[in-house]
Design a protein around this ligand. Sequence first.
Ligand code: MN
Length: 274
Amino acid sequence: MTTLPRPRNLKPAGDPTILAAQHLIMRILVTNDDGVYSPGIAALAEVAAHFGEVRIVAPHVEMSSAAHSITASRPLTYTRTPLRGVEAYRVNGTPADCVALGTHHWEHVELVLSGINLGSNLGNAIWHSGTLAAAKQATLLGLRGIALSVPAREAEADFESLKPWVARVLDFLVPSSELALVNVNLPASTPRGMLWTRQSVRHYDGKVVPDKDPMGRQHYWFTVVPIEHVEEGTDRWAIEQGYVSMTPLRLDLTDEKQLADAQARHPIDNISFA
Ligand code: MN
C-alpha cells in the first residue's frame, strides 16, 4: 500500500460550522504530548485531513508522561500558530487541557486523534501516557479518541512510510463509531498487518536507577527497562511480532468480580448506622 485514501467530505458547499453541526463533515481535533511542533503531529494531521476538517491544538512544549493531569492552579493560554497550512493552536498546558480548550473553541468536534507519539505506549505505559490521556479526555467529553504511537529510535521515525499505515488504521477505525477509545501502536518497520489486542498488564517496566551528576551529587532516573516475556494477544506481543496493535479501551476501571464478591461478603445495604 503506497497511496493515501481519497479525501472524503472535502469541499462541501456551505458554512463549515453548519455542515459540522449537520454531521456532513467530521471535525477532527489533532493533539499530542510531544508538543505542537513535533513531526509526529504534522504527519497525523496530514493523514487526518483525508477524513475530515482538521484543527491542531497541542501543548507548546513536550508533555510526555504527563498522563491525565490537568492545569487547575493557573490560567491557560490558547495561541494561534498555523502549521503547514493547518489551523493550529498551542496551549501552555497538558494534553488533556488541549482537548478541553480545543473543543471549547471549536464546537461539533467528533473525533480526537492524539499523536503520532515518538515512543510506544504499550502495556502499563498506558497509565503514564499523555498521548493516551488526550484520547481519554475526548471520551470523557462524550467524543471519540484514538491515540497513535510509534517506537522511539535514535533515528527519527520515517513518517512518510508510516502515513499509508496510519491512513489504513483510520480507514478502519473512523467508521467504527462504537469504538469510543482506541490505543494504536505501530511497529518501527513496515507492519505485517493489523491486530486487535488487549493491554498487557502482567509486568511493570518502570524502574528507579540511582546515578551521580558530574558534580558527584546523587540523582535518580525513573526509567523503563525492557521486558522479555510478553503474553500472546497483547499489545506488546503484536508490536514484537511486527503488527499494528489496536486496543479498544474503556474508562470504567471497576473490578466487577471484586465488586460482586465484596457485595456478597459485606452486604452494606443491610448495614444500619442509626
Ligand atoms: Mn510523547
